[in-house]
Design a protein around this ligand. Sequence first.
Ligand code: ADP
Ligand code: ZN
Length: 742
Amino acid sequence: MPYVKFAEIVLSIPLNKKFHYSIPLSCINQIGIGKRVKVPFRGRTIIGYCVGLTDVSGIKEIKDIIQVIDAKPIFTPQLLAISKWMADFYFCGWGEALETFLPFAVRNSFHAKTVNVVRLSKDEGFVKEALTSLKKKAPRQGKALEILLKGEEMTVSELSRVSGCNLQGIYRLRERDLVSLRKKPADDTPLFAGRHLPKTDHLMPTKEQERAIVFIKTRLREGKYRTVLLRGVTGSGKTEIYLQAISETIALGRKAIVLVPEISLTPQTIERFRSRFDKISVLHSSLTEKQRYNQWWEIKNGNADIVIGARSALFAPLDNLGLIVIDEEHENTFKQDSTPRYNARDLSLVRAQYENAVVVLGSATPSLESYHNAGLGKYDYVTLKSRIGDNPLPRVQIVDMRGEIQRGKRQSCISRYLELNMKKCLAQKGQIILFLNRRGFSSFVNCRRCGFVLMCKKCDISLTYHKKQDVVICHYCYHEASVPKECPECKNPGINFFAFGTEKIEEEIKAKFPSYRLLRMDSDTMRGNNAHEKALSAFKRGDIDILLGTQMIAKGLDFPNVTLVGVLSADTIIHLPDFRASERTFQLLSQVAGRTGRGSQEGLVIIQTFNPEHYSIIFAASHDYDGFAKKELEYRKQLYYPPYGRLARIVLRGKREEDVKERSIELAEKLKDTIKLYKNTVEILGPSPAPVTRVKDNYRWHIVVKAINIEYLQQVLTSIKDEPRISKKVQTVIDVDAYMML
Ligand code: ADP
Ligand code: ZN
């Protein structure tokens, strides 16, 4: 090998930059691209990642690499390329991106304790022959062999205990080559209690499923990058399609990654995959560090054909990746809300391109970005229109809460129509799910009589009421106004801000249905290990009649006995100060509706709202995704919101509000200067206080950058990419393709 002088190293710091280090003789045989190294940096020794080798460097005082950590590259060339892409696209450090690819324990070369396990090294015949003579000469060694003949492997100490043969005896067996010893992680707690699940066969696909499976298989056999958007109504059997696509992938000698939102990584989901496949690895947040370490190395060593997990499982070190499935692709949990702020769905396309793999994006309500790309022909598009067993989609009723307010004196959270149907459902021994959107942020201003909501005309975002100053504010462009004394639409003086708390509702239900068992599920009541899992299984067993909860109950669950779902207030979602508020409403209502009518009985969904004419509600009620998408895309187009434009959000936060405000104004001015070159193709909104003004003692402001395409957006952001390091008092974060606008 020609002598290489320098290594290009990236570090886990917020700089998208390669550092040169020289390669001392002691490292010359070990250094390699994709390996970790120890290097000196600002007086400390830190871990870096080697991304290149070179003979030229303009740097004068170049330091030596201290040590090469890995014997073999820890990153594949594809993963290195993806990390570079991430650093460029999301404005994070290259090393920061690479660091997120490794679980904490792997990154820190955590050494799990090991134990010695022993097993037979020869075939049974050979051992049995040896056994006859051993039994006489060394009966305890003979006993040990007999035990091993019965089962698989066991630890040395365990074998010694049950056979009465001491360690020396066992080592003697090894000398005679009858058994072999190997080291194994001590905490090899099996991830799955019953390791061997009975294997099930493929289900006989329905016609619609068959069409989708054949389509995806064809793409897989082509062995080229391609994305398939699979839209299937809830209960249409998308998982079966994933399973059969994975089978094909394995038959082709390749491997698969399945990403699901963390919340749907339930034992039930995992079991569906485990009952079909053997070499499967699961990565989720409740693994211990040791388990994660073991899983990662199992994958790295080629012992997994399938990896299933949340967001970060996209970086699993599989080689020969042939398929990536993203289930519930519209979910915002695929977007990470700390650095690097990547979206695993979008990044899965990047990985697939480097790996010549196929991506399947599955959802009942695809994101408008994906739907738009399918429309443009960038993705293939396959739909499943009916539920398995031809169960009808549930009937959806909209209840106009304006009428309720006028009739009743005291305001109730439960309409008479909902109450009536709850009684009916409970009398028939059915179960009920009542759904309430997360609390907070619900301070939009609306008229209780006609439902009118104050909006920013420029941004098409609902204005937020601020009690302290008694004003309404647009949290995109910072337009400020006083609260009108009467409704501009119907002249009703009862215009007010809106709030609805879970506890208050819980009280009301208890008062109305004292003899039924109610469970409230939200982040306050669901702390602690498995609280969520336990509550859901109690509900599934029928120990609970009414489940009251937030988002966390909307997803992926299958309860055949739920015949009524109530959405207590659709409005709190519709009026989030976020341009995706309508899309979220539609998605959530569709998801929630998908929770009922899964068994033999018909389901009913009741949606309470002050905005019964809102298109996101009307289309969700009639299960009309295409209708919704068409309408929503028209709105997005008018204001260049994604998918027509691209958007980034810059969040500034700090202890003192004046500092944050000052920095925000400075930065916005700089951006406004930059975009003059872009002649109305890029727009700066703000600065304004973020809708969530304070988090953990920090004041937050934000600036929204909106451009007609990603290139312009990237160029403008590049002009300020060093800003995050300018002020110590104020932290600045760039969030490209921001999902959360709160
Ligand atoms: P989705 O993910 O589209 O909501 P699921 O994959 O959960 O739907 O399927 C709904 C139910 O239908 C599951 O209980 C599943 O086992 C069952 N199922 C799926 N495909 C078939 C099939 N071809 N034959 C019989 N049952 C099926
Ligand atoms: Zn505005």
